[in-house]
Design a protein around this ligand. Structure first.
Ligand code: VGL
Ligand code: ZN
Length: 191
């Protein structure tokens, strides 16, 4: 087994997507096995922190009236409302000092499924000299997919930590992995 610390290099950063209570079992929009990504991601977070690599944690951070909610004609139940327990990161997720939080889904007029969608993240990463992103989190077939495709479009190399992701829909999750690979991402199946 190759440890996370042996893989992260200069120019690498870790991006953890939406590991929040509402996306875990018992939450408002539970993803099967969503909480199982936490111990896997914690190993990567600890390694990145120990090596001084940048760590970014995105969070879905919706206003109370958000266009993605079904009451407004959107696809989803009410979830990840700002400052509610459901919007908090999973309590076991490591959030080391220096980790940056990226808020997404804050707009009143449209959803932001990608952590890059009008958040300024690409520019910030370039400013820090980041060239490659290691990405895991929730949900594989929704926000991880959109985030990874945007990262590739922005010119970053991407490694998807498949074991650190779970999908809303298992079949869509497998398709998402193939789509990200086709777009140029590497998919890491072990660790
Ligand atoms: C997400 C559905 C709605 C996600 C966010 O983080 O994957 N999914 N909002
Ligand atoms: Zn959302």
């Amino acid at each position: 087994m190759i440890l996370p610390a042996e893989r992260l290099r200069e120019g690498d950063a870790l991006l953890v997507v939406d590991v929040q209570n509402d996306f875990c079992p018992g939450g408002a929009l539970p993803i099967p096995g969503g909480d199982e990504v936490v111990p896997v991601l914690n190993r990567w977070i600890a390694a990145a922190h120990a090596q001084g690599r940048p760590i970014y944690l995105s969070r879905d951070w919706h206003p109370l009236h958000h266009p993605s909610f079904s009451a407004a004609g959107g696809d989803w139940p009410v979830h990840c409302v700002q400052d509610t327990p459901g919007a908090a990161f999973h309590p076991d997720l490591l959030c080391p000092p220096g980790a940056e939080v990226v808020c997404k889904g804050v707009r009143f007029d449209e959803d932001q499924l990608s952590a890059f969608h009008e958040t300024g993240l690409a520019r910030q990463l370039r400013r820090q000299g980041v060239r490659r992103l290691w990405v895991g989190g929730l949900a594989l077939d929704v926000c991880v997919l959109r985030t990874v495709l945007d990262a590739l479009r922005e010119g970053f190399a991407v490694v998807v930590l498949a074991r650190a992701c779970r999908a809303v829909d298992a079949k869509a999750g497998r398709q998402a992995l193939m789509e990200m690979e086709r777009a140029g991402a590497a998919v890491l199946l072990e660790d």
